[in-house]
Design a protein around this ligand. Sequence first.
Ligand SMILES: C[n+]1cn([C@@H]2O[C@H](COP(=O)(O)OP(=O)(O)OP(=O)(O)O)[C@@H](O)[C@H]2O)c2nc(N)[nH]c(=O)c21
Length: 192
Amino acid sequence: MLPLVLASSSPYRRELLARLRRPFEWAAPAIDESRREGETASDMVRRLAQEKARVLAGRYPRHLIIGSDQAAVLGDQILGKPHSHERAHAQLCAASGNSVTFLTGLALLDSERDTCQVDCIAYTVHFRQLSATQIDRYLRAEQPFDCAGSFKAEGLGISLFRGTEGSDVTSLIGLPLIRLVDMLQQAGIEVP
Ligand SMILES: C[n+]1cn([C@@H]2O[C@H](COP(=O)(O)OP(=O)(O)OP(=O)(O)O)[C@@H](O)[C@H]2O)c2nc(N)[nH]c(=O)c21
């Protein structure tokens, strides 16, 4: 059975993968994450998930490598990680009263056979009407500045939601575990 590698710098993806109780190594994939002209958000996250896995194939040549990438789509905007209070505030102001769809690309690369399974999972969040004061209070309490969309759904972020739609909340948090279990099974790894 090939050893498992998570191609990610995200602590949240590591926490999610640990739920499956299989040993794994992780390494940060250094790739250019910019969107190509004319590329849809779902094509982009599928491509970037694969690139994150493939960039580590030289270092892990007989492994199953997991890559993932997320984009938050609000109308014609793509919301990335805010990295600051000001940008997070702007993202949540734009999301207030609206719906944001999180597209999460997932790739499982068998670097020995050079075969790759790829998918994109959608999860939609409907936001409450939020005042500037509520947004400030939330951001000071949770500081979700390394999270696309500027919240942590597993934490206080839930208080910002009017409702959600989607089949796997782990895809919202960053790594779609239900689909990943299918892919691992396809690659010969049984979970549980
Ligand atoms: C909506 N949401 C997004 N994120 C994080 O936002 C980031 C999306 O950004 P990314 O897909 O570009 O990944 P990142 O650059 O962090 O890591 P990489 O794998 O090395 O490329 C991921 O780290 C997600 O885990 C979230 N993290 C948590 N804990 N909770 C959430 O609700 C949540």
